[in-house]
Design a protein around this ligand. Structure first.
Ligand code: ADQ
Length: 473
């Protein structure tokens, strides 16, 4: 039987669902957590499309299947390929390199060849289900070779790629062995989307410096003479849907219960992150611990709820981070807890979105303090769900800081200033907090996830020209 073909094909490292095997051996697919799926879920609704991605397990892939109206094509990875392509090259070479080398990037030649092989596998899988002239939307740093590999077998396709993480300055990118190959891979696309303008500019500068490409405005000339546009299209969330959930009577009731269960603290601080060293969880805990020790926050009146989704736990840097965070939480609670009060509530697990909305609605101040982040959807989710008088402390190194300019902005590396910013957010007059929250709501509303997807697809169709209605920047 030949595979069905589609006018829209999405490819991302992972499928949007995770496999769960029940005790009786039956298999169920659940929506996977994380920013990419959160964003794409609402984009895909009502569209006929195929999604190519890895199922998350090593071994033979399951057959393609339909889920929520989407045709899902699992890509198989062997145990070795998981180690080399996914954990190695993607998460131990590219991830740290693209996040300002917060931890050192590791370079191994066998990881690189595995990355090339898997990208070829993705290109072939896309090619099989893409109709003549179809639109292909590739995602993220794991698939940077796919555009060129796919174009080589299917020159009829419109190929777009979106980078969910930052694109580093050329001085850092240059460290990557074989760096030209990745740039050439990306230049196989018609349109390249980045979170913020600085990322797109970094990419164009890398092409200029390392490939000697001609760059005019946002357009780079590829080695084969095609013109490729690289521009910012900041990602967002489904504001309307989330706002409706957050303001429902059930959620508001649950938010009250959450505070009551914690003994109705005067100040409820909140952190929500994947357990990743880019998210600045350690810096945040250090600042909070010091504020308690200095007596500037009262451990009997303040709670920090830190929710951390387990992530990439087979990698050493992530295991070390988890140990450090758990030790710090233990130390803060050891120093300040008593029979009634526990100043840090640390929860290492995922919550359903209803519960997340209630937690956001319950908080007074969200601490979103990544050391580097492509966008950070938690910041936008908080603004959407929070009470009008709640406050957001936001790192300048999150892409979201470009839009949420009325947050309490901070440099998380500067612990003293971080402490000051946290206390400023806690003690600001209610009027000021309301004003800031209103301005941030407007910013989030003006660019929701549907707007993002439409902007990306319109840019892809028009590339290398600007889509109608968009003016040159
Ligand atoms: P992530 O690094 O995963 O995304 P982020 O943008 O904050 O970071 O998205 C996390 C998502 O997971 C949010 O939707 C959040 O609600 C959800 N989440 C986190 N912890 C959770 C928990 N314990 N339970 C349930 N849900 C939880 C990457 C980039 C980001 C970029 C996104 C989208 O690193 O910079 O914003 O992709 O492009």
């Amino acid at each position: 039987m030949t595979a069905p073909t589609f006018d829209l094909v999405i490819a991302a490292n992972r499928l949007p669902v995770d496999k769960e095997v029940a005790e009786d051996g039956s298999v169920e697919w659940r929506r996977s957590p994380g920013g990419l799926v959160t964003a794409m879920e609402s984009v895909m609704r009502g569209r006929e499309a195929a999604w190519i991605g890895w199922s998350g397990d090593a071994g033979d892939p399951p057959e393609p299947f339909e889920e929520n109206g989407m045709y899902l094509v699992p890509i198989g990875l062997t145990e070795d390929e998981v180690t080399n392509y996914y954990e190695g090259y993607s998460n131990d070479t590219l991830w740290p390199l693209y996040h300002d080398v917060i931890v050192p990037a590791t370079f191994r030649r066998r990881w690189r060849s595995s990355y090339e092989r898997i990208n070829q596998r993705f290109a072939e899988a896309v090619s099989e289900v893409a109709a003549q002239g179809a639109t292909v939307w590739l995602h993220d740093y794991q698939l940077q070779r796919v555009p060129a590999l796919l174009r080589a077998i299917r020159p009829d396709l419109r190929i777009g790629w979106f980078n969910h993480i930052p694109f580093p300055p050329v001085e850092i990118f240059m460290q990557l062995p074989g760096r030209e190959t990745l740039l050439e891979g990306l230049l196989g696309a018609d349109f390249l989307g980045f979170q913020v303008r600085a990322d797109a500019a970094n990419f164009r500068e890398a092409c200029r410096r390392l490939l000697h490409s001609t760059v005019k405005g946002e357009v780079v000339t590829a080695p084969d003479g095609r013109r490729v546009r690289a521009a910012a299209v900041p990602i967002s969330i489904d504001v309307e849907e989330l706002r409706a959930l957050a303001t429902s009577p059930e959620t508001l009731q649950r938010a009250k219960e959450i505070r009551a269960e914690m003994g109705d603290p005067e100040v409820l601080l909140l952190g929500v992150d994947r357990l990743d060293y880019t998210k600045g969880i350690r810096h945040r805990l250090k600042a909070y611990g010091e504020l308690l020790a200095d007596g500037r926050l009262d451990p009997h009146k303040t709670r920090l709820v830190q929710i951390a989704t387990p992530s990439r736990e087979r990698l050493q840097a992530y295991r070390v981070l988890r140990g450090q965070i758990e030790q710090t939480v233990g130390r803060i609670n050891g120093d300040h807890a008593d029979f009634e009060d526990t100043p840090v509530l640390y929860m290492r697990r995922s919550f359903p979105k209803e519960e997340m909305a209630a937690i956001y609605a319950a908080a007074d101040v969200a601490l979103v303090t990544p050391l580097r982040d492509g966008m950070n959807l938690v910041a936008k989710e908080f603004v959407t769900c929070a009470r009008d008088d709640a406050a957001l402390v936001l790192s300048e190194f999150a892409g979201a800081a470009g839009e949420l300019k009325r947050a309490y902005l901070c440099n998380p590396h500067d612990v003293d200033r971080l402490k000051q910013t946290i206390t400023a957010a806690i003690s600001a007059p209610i009027d000021e907090r309301r004003k800031r929250m209103r301005a941030m709501r407007r910013a989030v509303l003006s660019n929701d996830v549907h707007h993002w997807a439409e902007a990306f697809l319109a840019s892809l169709q028009a590339a290398p020209e600007l889509p109608a209605g968009e003016t040159d920047r």
